[in-house]
Design a protein around this ligand. Sequence first.
Ligand code: FAD
Length: 446
Amino acid sequence: MTRRFDAIIVGAGQAGPPLAGRLTAAGWKVALIERHLFGGTCVNTGCTPTKAMVASARAIHLARRGAEFGFSTGGEVVVDMARVQARAAAISAQSREGVRGWLDGMDGCTVIEGHARFVAPDTLAVGDEHVSAPRIFLDVGGRAVVPPLPGIDTVPFLTNTGILALREVPKHLAVIGGSYIGLEFAQMFRRFGARVTVVEKGPHLVAREDEAVSEAVRGIVEGEGIAVRTGAECITLSPHEDGVAVGVACTEGEPEVVASHVLLAVGRRPNTDDLGLEAAGIETDERGAICVDDGLATTADGVWALGDCNGRGAFTHTAYNDFEIVAANLLDGGDRRVSDRVSGYALYTDPPLGRVGMTLRDARATGRPLLVASRPMSRVGRAAEMGETRGSCRRLSMPKPGASSARRSSASMATRRSTASSTPSTPARPMTCCSGRCRSTRRCRN
Ligand SMILES: Cc1cc2nc3c(=O)[nH]c(=O)nc-3n(C[C@H](O)[C@H](O)[C@H](O)COP(=O)(O)OP(=O)(O)OC[C@H]3O[C@@H](n4cnc5c(N)ncnc54)[C@H](O)[C@@H]3O)c2cc1C
């Protein structure tokens, strides 16, 4: 038997539940299918537990700095990893139950638990049941990539999911991958008391940032005693009597580090390989991301892809913004486009790194004149008061053609003009059906 709805949403992550809320409020009969934990990655194995643990790590760090702030804890700070873990798990559980309760109480929404898979362009199988709708929204998220490193099958390793369950502090944690997930775990576990080594294949940490920013982040984590090995192009893993031997050096430094635990933090892969997408004619790119146009429609009529699975963002706020775009276009007669989104994200090290808009590298590539203002935090009064003087802030602006130089130079921070690169004029904004290379570019609205 096939149950029919006005819309089906697959995945109760960051885009699915609010979309269910908007569609049901508009009178649609909606089925929401979730195969595992309500709230998805962010609530259960991503943002929420990691930021709760970052908070524990920061409290521990500050307690160790007590003398600086004028207090003493009367002895060594002792970390109880089981309690750190339990606190994070409780916060996640509350959020997960909140999402579940919200959906269960939503008029017009039928919650179905199980793995959804296309069997026809408008029909999904969930176990023995078939559900069908003229409009289907995929919010299936992603999972940690396990790269085919030499020796990977011979050693135990953790991903962002397994590491959250640790009840004791690792003796030596090797973090493979020096981007935002790896660095957050690296710093928190260092603060919990582990020896930590970050192993990064590329020449810099957080490669998407400007080199100077990457180096500042490196200085901050190294300042807390984290060892950083960049340019590790030949990473290998092998069993060792003390845990895992991680081969890191190709050219310089110690050839290997021996770690008690290994965390893989080398990227995410969309959960699209077990969705039966071929039954609906939905294309993916070489990374497995669902190809979408600027309004997030897939290559199949009546099917949209939102959140991490479309490769157009990798954050909770981008997934939520996808919901806003789809809802505005379908229900409010809008013409919102994902390419209009201003990029912004945060790396929750302490101090955190936040960026809205372009890097200096990308801004220079436009060929337009730039104003660059920067100030070290050591020269910010509030930072000195808080004892948080590491790092700096920077603002880039592109003056409008014809703006007076007096007005331009009125920026309050130390402002210097940046010479634009040799690119002669602003290039046309690249528009593709999706982030990677898709076989088809039909249905692009660009
Ligand atoms: C360690 C870590 C820390 C992070 N920290 C931050 C942060 O601080 N800030 C931030 O903005 N982002 C952060 N992120 C990223 C953020 O978690 C994701 O971008 C966000 O969860 C994406 O939401 P989503 O709705 O696309 O997918 P998800 O949240 O992954 O939800 C997808 C849901 O779909 C379900 N599903 C998948 N396939 C099927 C199927 N076939 N049938 C039924 N259900 C299915 C899954 O079970 C899951 O519940 C972090 C990620 C990680 C891993």
